[in-house]
Ligand binder design. Structure first.
Ligand code: SF4
Length: 435
């Protein structure tokens, strides 16, 4: 029996992949353990999107190398860094025994029955969709299930390593998506999150049906109370999606729409394929049909050549759109990307200042938005006791905000009605009211 431990860096796509990796290992007879120290096999699922995430990976590998001196242990690196660096990772320097790219997880059962010393690397791309049977996926959450609908990206934004780490776009057949959604509904999941690097470029390989069709079909599966999707590209956000969202009440009124910069000049250098005005038009279209929609975004500060004026335009865009949440980062050059050839000319101290300014402004906006929620009654999907406040239950509302609330009866997986009584910049507080 092999005891395995998985450590995941990065985004929801990686969390979702780790659930597949755990499923494949369990299906082959492995047993998951909660502590690294108890494992025979450690799998590190990696993120290459930012320099910092790679730095964290190497420091984590150093920690495992120390453990390897004390006990027999096999260490594997999977995911984006595995794909990019491949064989370079294997060997005594980092202590890595096997490396698998995102298309190669089906090879994990090689660990069973092979000698401890065997090393292997597999980073071949597959052009066909690789199916993991839904029953094999070991989901972390008991309330919300990730369902991948596409992988990879054809956009080649100038700063982004994803097309190199995840390959070109591949779309999952629509019947297979529907089958997995039906499976999770039958297992009692209340919420489904459709995932892909570019969900709105989805095309069913058989019929050519687009993302709006997929969204509608998934929303019609019995038992799915809430449906979300991530990530959408602003360049291809057709009005059809807005209409489906308006018509289907189980699609949450919430969209993550990465802006990256509020300056058209910077967006052009980023090769994002839209201008500031085009982005704001998409927002206007969404809010025209669904006025209370919650929008979140990604922002990069300090892209090569970003002037003070460009940066001010990003701040202005935040003031105009008033996002409910943002993920903001300092630019760092990534290997293989076009922007890596540009002069990284915004000094680190200035990038830090800009990041602090973005985050400070956003905090003020969120406090203002959250203050307005006080007194409202909101539907919340309970995820169990709060991590920091175990005396309260914790869940998410339709806008995907954390809501911590007093309750005498709610348990994980229940929908409850919560009256909002307080707020902070990043969460709401409240109390359950009688149904
Ligand atoms: S759309 Fe751009 S930022 Fe998003 S994954 Fe593709 S290349 Fe990266």
């Amino acid at each position: 029996m092999i005891k395995f431990f998985i450590h995941t860096f990065g985004c929801q796509m990686n969390e979702c992949d780790s659930e597949r990796v755990a499923g494949i290992l369990s299906g082959a007879g492995g047993v998951p353990v909660d502590r690294l120290e108890d494992a025979d096999v450690v799998v590190v699922n990696t993120c290459a999107v930012r320099e910092k995430s790679e730095e964290k990976l190497f420091s984590y590998l150093g920690r495992i190398a120390l453990l390897k001196r004390k006990k027999p242990l096999r260490l594997g690196v999977v995911g984006c860094v595995a794909q990019l660096r491949g064989v370079e990772l294997v060997g005594p320097r980092l202590g890595v025994d096997f490396v698998l790219g995102p298309d190669n997880y089906a090879e994990l059962p090689r660990l069973f029955g092979s000698p401890l010393q065997e090393r292997f690397v597999s980073t071949e791309w597959s052009t066909a969709w690789r199916e993991t049977p839904p029953g094999l996926i070991r989901r972390e959450s008991r309330t919300s299930a990730y369902v991948t609908v596409m992988e990879g990206c054809n956009n080649f934004c100038s700063y982004c390593v994803v097309p190199f780490a995840r390959g070109r776009e591949k779309y999952r057949p629509l019947p297979s998506v529907l089958a997995e959604v039906a499976d999770v509904a039958a297992r009692g999941y209340k919420e489904v999150q459709l995932l892909g690097q570019n969900v709105n470029s989805y095309k069913d390989p058989e019929t050519g049906a687009g993302f709006a069709d997929l969204l509608r079909r998934v929303s019609e599966v019995d038992g799915i109370a809430w449906l979300r999707f991530l990530t959408s590209h602003p360049r291809r956000f057709p009005a059809e999606i807005n209409r489906v969202m308006m018509e289907r009440t189980n699609i949450c009124r919430q969209v993550h729409l990465p802006l990256q910069s509020g300056s058209s000049a910077v967006l052009k250098k980023m090769r994002r394929g839209y201008s500031r005005e085009m982005y704001l038009d998409v927002v206007t279209g969404l809010r025209g049909l669904i006025p209370d929609i919650a929008l979140s975004t990604d922002i990069i500060v300090g892209f090569p050549g970003e002037t003070e004026r460009d940066f001010e335009q990003t701040l202005e865009a935040l003031r105009i759109v008033r996002f409910s949440n943002i993920f903001s980062f300092r630019y760092s050059p990534r290997p293989l990307t076009r922007a890596a050839d540009l002069v990284d000319d915004v000094p680190v101290a200035e990038k830090r200042r800009r990041l602090a300014a973005v985050q400070g402004l956003q905090k003020t906006i969120q406090l203002e938005l959250n203050a307005r929620a006080v007194g409202q009654c909101q539907r919340v999907l309970c995820q169990g006791p709060g991590k920091k406040t175990p005396e309260l239950m914790s869940g998410r509302n339709e806008a995907n905000q954390v809501v911590n609330f007093l309750s005498g009866r709610a348990s994980c997986g229940d929908f409850v009605t919560v009256r909002i009584t307080g707020f902070g910049p990043y969460s709401l507080r409240g109390e359950e009211i009688a149904p």
